[in-house]
Design a protein around this ligand. Structure first.
Ligand code: B12
Ligand code: SF4
Length: 463
């Protein structure tokens, strides 16, 4: 007996559905979002990598009007050889991965796709980025989305999209995590969930790109919204004990907001870490409240223990005389510290290394990160340093490569000391000194990885 014909279409495994032609105006346009992998060999894009909040935000908006595919080269996704089925290839780039972004962009354009470049580097160097793209987005996509999307639909894209005014964060929605988590390689992402409570940081350090992009503006979500997003992830994962990584530049720039947010997070059961201003931690009750709110680690930009350097970089929120006290406040509250230290400013000498070593050991900083002062294009400091920078090979702008000769040190002396401090801080003996008696968690693992990594470092790798 022949079964009656059904009007319901049933997709079969063997059925091939042909991709609608790019010329068919009635169909939705198709976007490919790309997170390129940098070419640096210095740990930056290796191991577990952060879920890319930037592209997720782009994708969340793009999905409202277009079909969207997503590729993250860092987790092993491959950019297809044939990009001709895409109308738009949208690529994010920082300086360290921009050469890769340009390679993909050039290929996509040759194959007929329109290319949109966004992220810190294209924002800072529009003239360079426009040579590789149809459009460059300055700063956040949220503030230019409507006009960009209209122009894509109407085939009338402009070379640059730059907002006259930044959109309020209260009008920005939640990112759609399915965009990234549907990838078959998503197990390569860190378990930390990226979340944003604020945007901008007007402190004005001369080496940082944020003040150039967002000026004096500082915007916040409502604390209720942040809590709602945390609860959303707790429901999604079916547990309270989740790990949130705030991606904010400086979450405590407006102390009253941060205090309100922390009060709202007490009792949620989520753990978190965030970039935070040192002056906010000078009051012991602040880290105590942070601990009650679930904080397990604070990311602190000490930058330097050399007073001339703090002045040189215009970091007014750091008071060296109070560093020890800040660390004690954080540790007494039971919170660990990921401390950032930069070397190579003109004000630094050999003594800066010794002073930093002493400070870290005395205060038992759990996870110190050492970087080389890197003038990023677009910052005021880049303009100042331009005549002395030894190369403009963006692949080496990963903050671990030698950039220029610091005024008070020779190159070899500088690099040897830069390696030496890392080897010493991450020797077994000193790891034990800094960590014994503290909770046995992933920070121990990071220290072990850093031990082996620092043994392999040679000056040549940093040149
Ligand atoms: C959190 C953070 C980290 C985290 C997480 C990084 C990650 N993978 O996301 C950690 C600690 C791991 C990290 C590491 C590093 N970081 Co970092 N980091 C940041 C910080 C503070 C916030 C980034 C963020 O997620 N913001 C929230 C998202 C939503 O905003 P966004 O990234 O700006 O994206 C928006 C727009 O740019 C735009 N956009 C972005 N991409 C695209 C693409 C398209 C097509 C479009 C249309 C729009 C668009 O729309 C997005 C949504 O609003 C920024 C400062 C900053 N404000 O950018 C520095 C920053 C990006 N980091 C920087 C550096 C130098 C590093 C390191 C090299 C440091 C080091 N030595 O370890 C590494 C490199 C890591 C890597 N592989 O890229 C520099 C980069 C400078 C530059 N010119 O490239 C910055 C700008 C800070 C600075 N000094 O100025 N970082
Ligand atoms: S405090 Fe941090 S985010 Fe703010 S300007 Fe300085 S380096 Fe940039």
């Amino acid at each position: 007996m022949i079964a009656p014909q059904s009007n319901n279409f049933v997709a079969s495994d063997t059925l091939t559905i042909s991709t609608p032609s790019r010329k068919n105006p009635s169909r939705k346009k198709r976007w490919l979002l790309v997170q390129p992998k940098s070419k640096t060999n210095l740990m930056v894009d290796s191991g577990k990598v952060s879920i890319p909040l930037n592209l997720m935000m782009v994708g969340t908006l793009a999905k409202t009007r277009f079909d969207v595919d997503f590729i993250d080269e860092r987790i092993g996704d491959k950019v297809p050889e044939d990009l001709s089925k895409y109308d738009v290839v949208a690529i994010t780039a920082r300086t360290l991965n921009v050469s890769k972004a340009y390679e993909i962009a050039d290929r996509a354009r040759t194959q007929g796709a329109k290319v949109i470049l966004g992220g810190t580097h294209p924002t800072m160097l529009f003239e360079e980025a426009k040579e590789h793209s149809t459009s460059v987005v300055f700063g956040e996509i949220e503030s230019v989305w409507d006009s960009l999307a209209d122009d894509v639909e109407n085939d009338a894209m402009k070379p640059q999209y730059k907002a006259g005014a930044f959109k309020s964060m209260t009008q920005m929605g939640m990112p759609d995590f399915n965009i990234v988590l549907n990838s078959p390689n998503s197990n390569k992402y860190s378990f930390r969930i990226p979340l944003l409570a604020t945007k901008g940081c007007p402190v004005g350090c001369n080496f940082c790109t944020t003040p150039t992009i967002y000026g004096k503006s500082f915007r916040t979500r409502t604390s209720d919204f942040v809590v709602e997003e945390i609860k959303f992830h707790q429901n999604r994962l079916g547990k309270k004990d989740i790990h949130i990584s705030f991606m904010d530049d400086n979450i405590s720039f407006r102390p009253a907001f941060m205090e309100e947010l922390m009060h709202a997070m007490v009792g949620l059961g989520a753990k978190w870490n965030a970039n935070i201003s040192m002056n906010f931690l000078e009051k012991p009750e602040v880290p105590k409240l942070a601990k009650e709110a679930g904080c397990e680690l604070l990311n602190v930009g000490f930058e330097s223990v050399t007073p001339e350097t703090i002045k040189y970089v215009h970091k007014g929120s750091n008071r060296i005389g109070r560093y020890d006290e800040v660390v004690a406040n954080v540790h007494n509250a039971g919170i660990g510290i990921q401390g950032y230290f930069i070397f190579g400013f003109d004000t630094d000498t050999r003594n800066s290394f010794q002073g930093t070593y002493d400070f870290i050991m005395r205060n038992r900083i759990e996870f110190p990160v050492f970087t080389i002062a890197t003038p990023f294009p677009g910052t005021p400091w880049f303009e100042e340093m331009k005549p002395r920078i030894e190369h403009f090979n963006w692949d080496k702008y990963d903050t671990f490569h030698y950039m220029y000769k610091p005024m008070k040190m020779e190159r070899d002396e500088f690099l040897e000391n830069f390696i030496k401090i890392q080897r010493e801080i991450y020797s077994w003996k000193n790891i034990w000194h800094r960590l014994h008696g503290k909770p046995f968690n992933w920070i121990w693992m990071v220290n072990v990885a850093m031990h082996y990594f620092t043994r392999r470092l040679t000056p040549k790798m940093l040149m």
